[in-house]
Write a protein that binds this ligand. Structure first.
Ligand SMILES: [Cu+2]
Length: 296
């Protein structure tokens, strides 16, 4: 709107000048040199800087807010996988769906996105949110639906032949209705954390990782957000990307004190876990709390 008005102003002034100073025999035959006006130039520079700088500040604040899931709220987790050419969803409660995403009204919904092939982008115009889904990485997007209804979403990153058909709908429903819907699990669907725990068990992670015994590997509880120090002296605060790397490429960063012959004794699970198993496993690791109850 503001940009539209500014454009209109520029074009209206331009039109007026074209008309006002048009060629007229005897009156306007040659152009006249106009020297600059410092007052005018300083004036419009300051005015436009204030207006558009103000818009930038508002936008930046909104952008910053979008980067952090609000603290202290109940969060509904959904894993999202983009794939040529569909969106697949897996709810924290276990239900899966394709092209339709049910969400509760009045609760924070956090999407963890990844891609099975190329870069896609999950875009919900009505919610003013958009986030890329990248192969080999997890990105996050949150929103809170405020009014029940259906809202279209689309892929906003050209991803091949059927890109324009990679669309679907968000169905925002009252929280109680959503909870009831969530309970209608199909055979084989189980809550994400439980699915992740099964992956953890199936691949024998616990033979090395265990809280209670003197196992040869660090305990995994409350890992996210904790500072890790590595063999080479480097350090970082563990996040989802670090968890992913730890599982796929254990020797890339070896936790201080655990190296054996300069490498991690942990085998790499790259190519062993399917994309989906990895996603569930990372979700499970994120939910593991430590004694202080801190997670994520
Ligand atoms: Cu796409």
């Amino acid at each position: 709107m503001v940009v539209g008005l500014a454009t209109l102003g520029v074009f209206a002034t331009m039109g007026y000048f074209v008309w006002r100073y048009r060629y007229r025999p005897g009156v306007n035959e040659t152009g006249r040199d106009v020297p600059g006006s410092t007052r005018l130039e300083v004036g419009w520079t300051i005015a436009t800087t204030v207006v558009f700088g103000g818009i930038f500040a508002l936008g930046a604040a909104g952008f910053a807010e979008r980067q952090h899931v609000p603290a202290g709220r109940d969060v509904e987790d959904v894993l999202v996988v983009g794939k040529q050419w569909m969106w697949k969803f897996q709810h924290g409660g276990g239900r899966r769906e394709i092209a339709v995403l049910h969400v509760p009204v009045g609760r924070v919904v956090r999407l963890s996105l990844t891609s099975e092939d190329v870069i896609h982008s999950f875009y919900v115009p009505a919610f003013r949110v958009k986030q890329d889904a990248l192969p080999g990485r997890t990105t996050t997007l949150w929103f809170e639906a405020t009014t029940p209804g259906t809202y279209p979403f689309a892929c906003a990153e050209y991803c091949g032949g059927e890109h324009s058909r990679m669309v679907g709908q968000i169905v925002a429903m009252p929280a109680e209705a959503y909870d009831a819907w969530l309970e209608h699990r199909e055979p084989g669907e189980m809550p994400l954390a439980a699915a992740g725990r099964e992956v953890f068990a199936r691949h024998d992670c616990a033979t090395c990782h265990d809280t209670h015994a003197n196992k040869p590997a660090p305990p995994l509880e409350g890992l996210v957000g904790r500072r890790r120090v590595f063999e080479d002296g480097a350090a970082l605060v563990a996040d989802e990307a670090y968890l992913r790397e730890s599982v796929l490429e254990p020797s890339a960063r070896v936790v201080a004190g655990y190296a054996v012959a300069g490498r991690s004794p942990m085998p790499s699970y790259a190519g062993v876990l399917t994309n989906e198993e990895l996603f569930e496993l990372l979700y499970y690791l994120r939910t593991l709390k430590d004694a202080t109850g801190v997670s994520r």
